[in-house]
Design a protein around this ligand. Structure first.
Ligand SMILES: [Zn+2]
Length: 530
C-alpha cells in the first residue's frame, strides 16, 4: 500500500526541459538572489526545485507528502540513472549505492538548509559535483516544515540574518523534532513513511544553533544512546564524523565540532565553562530516531551568530563533505548497516539486552573548545569578541541505567488502547501479525505498575509520564485479536524502545499507556518469552 501511494505523488518532470547552465540566474536560491538578506517562501522553493529538475535528466521531482495545512513537502531526487520511486531507490542501493536524505527547515526559523540544499543540488546536477551520483542517490527536502516557513516574521531576533523567517513549530504549534516517537504530525508521518519506503542509509537534518557562544561555523551530532546499535554509534563517533570534519576543515576556512554548549542541558550553572554537553539521547529527536532504526544520521547545526551567507555556505560545504564521505565509503556503509540489521534480528532471537534509560557522562579525554572571552549581562553570557580556548570535559557519552532482556515478541492485547498502539508501531514500519484465534497458554512477562510520575508541566500537547513497572513471569493464553510484534526483525530494537513501559522515551512516555496506569494494574502489552 505504501509503495502504491508513492506512485501517486510524483511531480510531472519526467520529460527533459530546456537545458540551462549552473550559473543561470533562474537556478539561484533566494539567499543568493537577495545578496543574503532574504529566505525563500514555499512557492519559491517548489519553483526552484522544478526548474532544477527540468534542467537535468538525472533529477526527478517527488513530494514526500503533505503538511498539516496541505502544502506539498517537495523533494528533488538525484541519481544516475534517475530514480523516482522507492523500488528504483532500493534497486540502486542493492548493487551498492547509498541513498542519502537531507532535510532543511524542520525548524522553519532555521533556514540555512532550505537555501543551501537547492544550491548543492544545482552543483550535483549541473556543476562540479556530478561524480557523487556514481555512488549515491541524493534526495533533498529543503522545506520540510513548510507551514512553519509561511508564518513569516522576526522570529529569531538574535540570529545574524535574514530578518524575516518562519517559526520553529508547524501549523499545530508542535516541534517536529520532538515528534519521532509519537508520530502525531502530518510532516513526521510523511518523513517516517519515506524512511520505511525508500530506506535512506544516511539521514541529514539541517538546523541553526540556539545561542551558545563558540567559533564553530558548523556543529554536528549523530546516532546516540545505549539502545542504539553500539557498533553504529562507535563508527559514527570514531570514523564517520572525524572524516567529514577533516574534509570540511580542509576545504573551507571554517571549524566544526560536536554539537553542544557549555554545561549542555545537563548543567544548572550558566557560568560553567568546564564541560561541553550535548542534548539527551531520546528517540523523539530525528537523528537519534534514525539511529534507533540502524541508520546513519547527521545533525548539522550552523552557528546562529555567524553571518547568514557564511551559514548557508557552511551548511552547503558540510552537507557536501558528508556526501563525499558517503560516496567514498559506500561499501563500508552498506556492510555496517547490514550488520546492524542482522545484530538486531539476532538480539531478538537470543533475548539480548536493550537499554531503556540512559545517563550522560564525560569522555575520559578533555577537549579544547574554541570560544570567546565572555561577559555576563543580565545573567546571560555575551561575547567580548576576543577569542578564548576552553579545556572541557566532553559530556557526550551515554550509558545505560536500566536495561532488560528483550523478549521474542510483544503481545499487544486487543481493545481500544491496543488498537491505537498497533497502528502506531506499524506507522514506525514494524511488521506485526494478528492472532486470528486465541492461542494456548504461553510463557509471558506481565508488567504491573509500581509508580507513575507525570511531568510538572505540559510538553508538546502531552503531560509526559515516567512509568515504573515490575514484570513477572506468567502462563497466559493470548486472546484472538492480539497483535504480535516480533523482535527478530531489523527494527526489533525500536519495537522494544517503543513498547517497554519503562523506556525513557517510549510510547508510554507519550501517554499511550495512560488508561492502564493504575497502581498495581497490568499493562496490556506483554513480553512473550516462550
Ligand atoms: Zn533546530
Amino acid at each position: 500500500v505504501a509503495l502504491a501511494a508513492w506512485a501517486g505523488v510524483l511531480g510531472g518532470c519526467g520529460t527533459p526541459g530546456p537545458r540551462v547552465n549552473a550559473d543561470d540566474p533562474s537556478l539561484a536560491s533566494v539567499a543568493e538572489r537577495s545578496n543574503y538578506t532574504q529566505t525563500a517562501r514555499h512557492a519559491e522553493v517548489v519553483a526552484l526545485l522544478d526548474r532544477l529538475a527540468a534542467a537535468s535528466p538525472l533529477a526527478r521531482r517527488v513530494d514526500m507528502g503533505h503538511t498539516t495545512e496541505g502544502r506539498a513537502i517537495p523533494m528533488i531526487v538525484m541519481a544516475d540513472p534517475p530514480v523516482a520511486t522507492p523500488e528504483e531507490a532500493r534497486q540502486a542501493a542493492s548493487p551498492g549505492k547509498v541513498v542519502v536524505l537531507a532535510i532543511g527547515n524542520i525548524h522553519a526559523g532555521e533556514v540555512d538548509g532550505k537555501e543551501a540544499l537547492p544550491m548543492l543540488a544545482r552543483e550535483i546536477l549541473l556543476g562540479d559535483q556530478r561524480g557523487l551520483l556514481k555512488d549515491l542517490v541524493v534526495v533533498f527536502a529543503p522545506i520540510y516544515n513548510a507551514d512553519g516557513n509561511e508564518r513569516v516574521g522576526n522570529n529569531r531576533p538574535t540570529q545574524n540574518g535574514p530578518a524575516l523567517t518562519g517559526i520553529r513549530e508547524n501549523a499545530n504549534g508542535r516541534d517536529l523534532n520532538r515528534d519521532f516517537i509519537k508520530l502525531e504530525e502530518a510532516e513526521t508521518t510523511a518523513l517516517v513513511g519515506f524512511m520505511n519506503a525508500w530506506d535512506p542509509q544516511v539521514f541529514i537534518d539541517c538546523h541553526i544553533t540556539n545561542g551558545s557562544l563558540h567559533r564553530y561555523l558548523i556543529s554536528y551530532a549523530g546516532p546516540k544512546g545505549p539502545a542504539t546499535d553500539a557498533e553504529l554509534v562507535r563508527f559514527c563517533r570514531e570514523e564517520m564524523f572525524p572524516a567529514i570534519a577533516r574534509d570540511f576543515e580542509a576545504s573551507t576556512p571554517w571549524k566544526t565540532f560536536w554539537y553542544g554548549s557549555f554545561g549542555g542541558v545537563f548543567s544548572e550553572d550558566p557560568r560553567d565553562r568546564s564541560t561541553w554537553g550535548t542534548f539527551p539521547a531520546e528517540g523523539r529527536f530525528g537523528t537519534t530516531y534514525a539511529g534507533l532504526r540502524n541508520r546513519l544520521s547527521i545533525l548539522v547545526e550552523s552557528y546562529t551568530y555567524a553571518p547568514y551567507k557564511d551559514r548557508v555556505l557552511g551548511t552547503r560545504a558540510y552537507v557536501l563533505a558528508a556526501l563525499r564521505w558517503a560516496a567514498g565509503n559506500a561499501r563500508g556503509v552498506h556492510a555496517l548497516l547490514r550488520g546492524a540489521d542482522a545484530r538486531a534480528i539476532e538480539a531478538g532471537r537470543t533475548g539480548a539486552p536493550v537499554a531503556l534509560r540512559s545517563k550522560v557522562g564525560p569522555f575520559p579525554e578533555p577537549v579544547t573548545i574554541l570560544g570567546f572571552e565572555e561577559e555576563f549581562k543580565d545573567g546571560r553570557p555575551v561575547s567580548t569578541g576576543r577569542t578564548k580556548d576552553y579545556t572541557c570535559a566532553l559530556w557526550d557519552r551515554f550509558e545505560a541505567t536500566h536495561s532488560i532482556n528483550r523478549p521474542r515478541a510483544y503481545a499487544i492485547l486487543p481493545g481500544p488502547v491496543g488498537e491505537k498502539l498497533a497502528a502506531k508501531v506499524r506507522q514506525h514500519g514494524l511488521r506485526t501479525t494478528v492472532l486470528s484465534a486465541a492461542s494456548g497458554p504461553r510463557g509471558v512477562e506481565v508488567h504491573r505498575v509500581r509508580a507513575m510520575e507525570p511531568a510538572s508541566r505540559a510538553f508538546q500537547g502531552h503531560v509526559l509520564v515516567k512509568i515504573d513497572t515490575e514484570a513477572t513471569k506468567s502462563q497466559r493464553a493470548l486472546p484472538a485479536g492480539t497483535v504480535l510484534v516480533a523482535t527478530d526483525q531489523p527494527l526489533g530494537t525500536l519495537a522494544a524502545y517503543l513498547l517497554e513501559p519503562m523506556c525513557e522515551d517510549g510510547l508510554g512516555t507519550w501517554n499511550a499507556y495512560d488508561p492502564w496506569l493504575k497502581l498495581d494494574g497490568e499493562i496490556g502489552v506483554w513480553r512473550v518469552i516462550e
